[in-house]
Design a protein around this ligand. Structure first.
Ligand SMILES: *Cc1c(COP(=O)(O)O)cnc(C)c1O
Length: 359
């Protein structure tokens, strides 16, 4: 097989052991002679996977006891709507840092009009930075942020102190660094970047933020339905949860989130240093807000006409998925948890070689 280096933005590279465990479980789950997708989700063997998966979440992120961990469906995009359904009473605040943040805000606005407030936006510079120095209204029911902006390559690197419950879309940086969960009211995300395959959505919610809207919440959209039923109000996405559980085992084997963070800092530094050194390329995000997960860059001034040539050159060398999102252009290397340092080094070698060939 050809050596490939997978920089896809999502779905994206997964730990090999998790993929291999998935392949095995598809034919012979726990030596039952049955596939994991052929058995009842009420069976003991399956319930053990659910329990282990939740225990791993709690252990890896030190999730306090007054938080529930849920495995739902519908992706992060469904959470854009479930959050206001469950948490909005009179007012909500949103930080607009990219396309996903904008979509989350649009759902709150669609449901509650101008009572959904945008506190700041970085749209003025095509979302290449994280706004700072704004006020969060103290009478808001929650403040929504997107911790990593997958498309624009910016990231919030700290756990904010918020005067109201902090709600965070962590789809693309969950498990990439240690987290102070106690600073958040609710954390959610689609699994398909750092914790598995598409089909399962994680939600970590502090119980006291729920039950305050005074409105009917459709049962399937009500977090309390899922809490009461241990994420099995309806049939859970068994295979994606299986892969998530295996992915978390791998994270644990890497030294947990602290170990992941160390590797992520190292990988990102290598790549950003090359972007800053190489005369052909320039990074698009403000340095202090640069994402550890999605590294966005474009051709430097004077070399704009080389974009296609570099894409082809990189493709020849086995680089996969480095074309930038259409709203930024250029290139994006997604270097999630499972992306090995060797792949980052291969991309750097490729950039150097291209620079020499163009000199
Ligand atoms: C990928 C992504 C989403 C979309 O997730 P879905 O599970 O496809 O709905 C939302 N937010 C962020 C930050 C993402 O990276």
């Amino acid at each position: 097989m050809k050596t490939v280096h997978n920089f896809n933005a999502g779905p994206c590279i997964l730990p090999q052991p998790a993929v291999e465990a998935g392949v095995k479980a598809l034919t012979n789950f726990k030596d039952s002679g049955l596939s994991v997708i052929e058995i009842s989700h009420r069976s003991k063997d399956w319930e053990a996977v659910m329990a282990e998966c939740e225990a791993q979440w709690r252990e890896l992120l030190h999730i306090p006891d007054n938080y529930k961990v849920l495995f739902l469906t519908g992706g992060a995009s469904t959470q854009f709507m479930m959050v206001p359904f469950n948490l909005f009473h009179t007012k909500a605040a949103y930080l607009e840092t990219g396309v996903w943040a904008k979509k989350a805000y649009a759902e709150a606005k669609g449901l509650h009009g101008d009572a959904a407030v945008k506190v700041a936006s970085s749209a003025d510079r095509n979302y290449n930075y994280i706004p700072k120095g704004y006020d969060v209204p103290k009478d808001a029911d929650y403040f929504h942020i997107t911790t990593n902006n997958t498309i624009y390559g910016t990231e919030i690197h700290t756990d904010y102190d918020s005067p109201v419950p902090l709600v965070a879309d962590m789809s693309s940086d969950i498990m990439s660094r240690p987290l102070d969960v106690a600073k958040y009211g609710l954390i959610y995300g689609g699994a398909q970047k750092n914790v598995g395959t598409a089909g399962v959505t994680f939600v970590i919610v502090r119980e006291d933020v729920l039950g305050k809207t005074g409105r009917y919440i459709p049962t399937i959209l009500d977090y309390t339905s899922h809490i009461k039923n241990g994420s099995m109000y309806n049939t859970p996405p068994v295979f994606p949860i299986f892969i998530m559980n295996e992915t978390l085992k791998w994270v644990k084997s890497q030294g947990g989130v602290a170990g992941m963070y160390k590797q992520n800092v190292e990988k990102a530094a290598l790549l950003y240093n090359e972007i800053d050194r190489n005369k052909l390329f320039v990074g698009t995000a403000e340095k202090e807000d640069r994402s550890l997960m999605n590294v966005c860059f474009v051709m430097n001034k004077g070399f704009e006409n080389k974009e296609e040539a570099f894409l082809n050159f990189a493709k020849e060398k086995g680089m996969v998925g480095i074309k930038g999102h259409r709203s930024v252009g250029g290139f994006r290397a997604s270097i999630y948890n499972a992306c090995p340092k060797e792949s980052v080094q291969a991309l750097i070698d490729c950039m150097r070689e291209f620079e020499r060939s163009e000199a």
